[in-house]
Ligand binder design. Structure first.
Ligand code: SF4
Length: 342
């Protein structure tokens, strides 16, 4: 990344309190996001991956302040978002948009597409009057691959893929710099997925957009990510460029996730690794390394000491004890490296 990142997330924390009893006493908290840090470059895509419940959706919402973070910094357009007041945040919101997995639930069923896409433009002064907004909606419809004449229709008259295109039109109508795509293609058929991914890539090229792409699907990540952030139980496991992550994953959890997708080099195969057990509850994450209850390479230290983030190459960070002073990948299906106490 040559220039300053458009978004810098540092130590982001979001815990949801759990209350119980008549006096609504706090008895614990769900540690949804615990100290997440990464940078997003201008015109780049960072994919955030992990199993369901790992905190990726909460992280996306906390970054946009759709939920209030409990700690950390989110630097965007020179401002630390968790500290800005409501009025300033409203102004900044135009520059950061979100696309949801289910566009239907986020499109007002009583409004036409012209209203859904056009009104925000009028509100933010990006269209001078109703006629101007209508014209711009039609141009946007063409841009996202829909017939301009459909602008007078209602959301229920469209297919899932078309509704996602409408969601994208609404988001780009405000000329944002940065968009969170939260499982934006997960609910679509594979062929429609490819079309929507291509549309997002074209818009990125054309408008210089930066994406935070939240997904559980590594084959999608492979097509569009520049950087990948792997989360487990609210914490970062590994952060690397797409090519580094797919060709030489370090963290045992990343290796297990990637064992299910084909190797990028033709002819090379990965050994399938099935993780045992379920993801522990984020209310009481395991002590030490959060992944130790399922990690085939867990050893004594992992059960008591939380691992730090270790840099194994420029821009490649791993949270695992095995990479303290080591940068070569340790195979999840192999023995512990020499010198590591079991
Ligand atoms: Fe596995 Fe230990 Fe590394 Fe955690 S710190 S991923 S338990 S080897």
């Amino acid at each position: 990344m040559s220039e300053a990142p458009i978004l810098r997330v540092q130590g982001l924390i979001k815990h949801f309190p759990i209350y119980k009893g008549f006096f609504r006493r706090q008895v614990g908290s769900v540690k949804a996001v615990d100290g997440l840090s990464f940078d997003l470059g201008r015109g780049e895509t960072v994919a955030m991956v992990g199993e369901s419940g790992c905190g990726k959706t909460t992280a996306g919402r906390a970054i946009l302040r759709l939920v209030e973070p409990d700690g950390g910094h989110v630097w965007f357009r020179g401002r630390d978002l968790p500290t800005v007041g409501e009025a300033e945040l409203r102004g900044l919101r135009r520059h950061m948009q979100i696309i949801f997995q289910d566009p239907f639930s986020s499109l007002n069923p009583r409004h036409t597409i012209a209203q859904i896409v056009g009104r925000p433009m009028l509100l933010h002064g990006l269209a001078s009057d109703a006629a101007d907004a209508e014209q711009k909606v039609k141009e946007l419809m063409v841009k996202v691959g829909l017939q301009p004449a459909y602008s007078s229709r209602y959301p229920h008259e469209f297919s899932g893929g078309q509704r996602q295109r409408i969601g994208i039109a609404r988001a780009v109508a405000l000329q944002p710099d940065f968009m969170v795509c939260d499982e934006a293609v997960s609910a679509l058929d594979v062929s429609v997925q490819a079309q929507v991914i291509n549309l997002l890539s074209d818009l990125q090229q054309e408008m210089g957009l930066s994406y935070l792409f939240i997904t559980h699907d590594l084959s999608v990540v492979r097509h569009l990510a520049d950087q990948v952030v792997v989360l487990y139980l609210g914490q970062l496991c590994e952060r690397a460029s797409r090519s580094a992550l797919f060709s030489a994953p370090r963290h045992p959890y990343t290796q297990a996730l990637l064992s299910a997708v084909p190797h990028p080099e033709p002819g090379r195969k990965r050994k399938r690794v099935i993780l045992q057990g379920d993801v522990p509850s984020p209310i009481a994450p395991p002590p030490g390394c959060r992944f130790h209850t399922r990690c085939p390479l867990a050893h004594g230290r992992c059960r008591v000491e939380e691992p730090a983030e270790h840099s194994v190459a420029p821009g490649h960070v791993v949270r695992c004890h095995l990479y303290e002073g080591r940068s070569e990948p340790v195979d999840i299906a192999g023995p512990l490296p020499a010198g590591v106490q079991p």
